[in-house]
Ligand binder design. Structure first.
Ligand code: ZN
Length: 168
């Protein structure tokens, strides 16, 4: 998993440890009355159809909630944290961050699973720093560059944005 900080408290909060770095705060107490605000999310069963939920489901909802109205007061001067593509600089959808591609150990990998999408040669490593996120369009573009190679026996599936075994 990517190292996303989780902070659990019975009550909802307007800032929390790691809030400036996409950290998540999980709370209950309010039952069905409120889903929460951006990255501070009600994980009570009342708002999840009385069933267990996975972290990706929680992250997806947390990313779509409104930033709380007091953010600017409690974190003055801190814009809501965003993640940018290291290739083209566009803002990446926070709902997709855990499914994003990220640079790790000289490879571009699926952030959540560490599956290798492409290997990078030296020049490419200087250009794409460790830990940065990369959008699907950029990865598709890099495949025409000799600095990038797919794992042996793999081809690139543009729809799934990952390397898949040839013939599948
Ligand atoms: Zn990009």
């Amino acid at each position: 998993m990517d190292k996303r900080r989780l902070f659990l408290c019975h009550y909802p909060m307007i800032t929390w440890p790691g809030a400036r770095h996409q950290g998540l705060q999980l709370f209950g107490h309010v039952h069905q009355n409120w889903q929460g605000s951006r990255n501070s999310i009600n994980t009570g069963v009342d708002v999840w159809d009385f069933r267990p939920v996975t972290l990706p489901e929680i992250e997806a909802r947390a990313a779509r909630l409104l930033v709380n109205a007091h953010w600017e007061q409690v974190e003055p001067g801190r814009a809501w944290p965003t993640v940018l593509c290291a290739g083209c600089g566009r803002i990446l959808d926070p709902a997709l961050i855990s499914g994003q591609a990220v640079v790790r150990n000289g490879r571009i990998v699926v952030a959540a699973t560490n599956e290798t999408i492409v290997f990078m040669e030296k020049a490419m490593r200087r250009w794409l720093p460790e830990g940065r996120h990369v959008c699907p369009e950029c990865i598709g573009g890099y495949l025409s560059v000799s600095e990038v190679t797919l794992p042996a026996g793999f081809s690139f599936d543009e729809i799934r944005n990952r390397a898949v075994p040839k013939g599948k």
